[in-house]
Design a protein around this ligand. Structure first.
Ligand code: G3P
Length: 225
């Protein structure tokens, strides 16, 4: 399973890459807008930070298939041909996906709110599909269940496509899809941190440190006591 960071915040990406087993970075137009810098400037910085082997996801914004294909060519020319182009799962997007498949450009179906929307993208040859878990929850449906249904449908049809589930707001959503064995997830930095950090963990580690300080002296460790 791959784990990606859903952000264009360079400092956060650097910190998370140094700490966790991260496989890539995903962005979307809203995330780039939040970074507030020229898109290719920040994306090239991300690419050089994560290296050529890191998965990088960049979204096309054209309303028509021809425009999306033009964007995909520029995105891969600027950022490396392993870069995955995010294509919204709308009718023009599906048209674009079929053309991108013929050109051998990697892509991910995005803006997925229903399992069948994602399944059609997988049928078009998507490398990944991105169901929006929390946004589906916010609509009064079950985002985790939609992601599981999509995972099952792709597996049942034996399509060479994986999930990159997106839009998480809590650790429980992440845990449920991890247990289910989906292909990947992309998490905002605060959700990434929340997976392994809480007050109980900090208190336990501090208690161990204090006990050892009492035993061996201030600043001593197992390396020098
Ligand atoms: O790229 C899709 C994902 O970023 C959506 O997440 O948190 O805006 O619902 P969110």
């Amino acid at each position: 399973m791959i784990l990606c960071i859903d952000s264009a915040d360079i400092q956060a990406i650097r910190r998370l890459y140094e700490t966790y087993p991260v496989d890539g970075v995903s962005t979307n137009p809203s995330i780039l807008a939040k970074a507030g810098r020229p898109p290719y400037e920040v994306l090239k910085e991300i690419r050089s930070l994560i290296g050529p082997e890191g998965e990088l996801f960049v979204q096309a914004v054209s309303p028509d298939a021809e425009g999306m294909v033009r964007e995909a060519r520029r995105i891969t020319a600027e950022l490396g041909d392993t870069t995955l182009v995010k294509i919204p799962c709308v009718p023009e997007g599906f048209k674009a996906m079929k053309l991108l498949k013929q050109e051998g450009i990697r892509f991910i179906g995005t803006a997925i709110y229903t399992a069948m929307q994602g399944f059609i993208a997988a049928k078009c040859g998507a490398d990944y599909v991105a169901p929006y878990v929390n946004r589906i929850d916010n609509m009064g449906f079950d985002g985790v269940q939609v992601a599981m249904d999509l995972h099952d449908a792709i597996q049942a049809a034996d399509l060479p496509c994986e999930l990159l589930a997106a839009s998480f707001k809590n650790s429980q959503q992440v845990l449920e899809l991890t247990r289910y064995g989906v292909g990947g997830m992309t998490l905002a930095p605060d959700i990434f941190d929340a997976l392994t950090r809480n007050a109980a963990i900090d208190a336990a580690v501090e208690a161990f440190t204090a006990d050892f300080r009492g035993l061996a002296g201030e600043g001593k460790t197992m390396a020098d006591c």
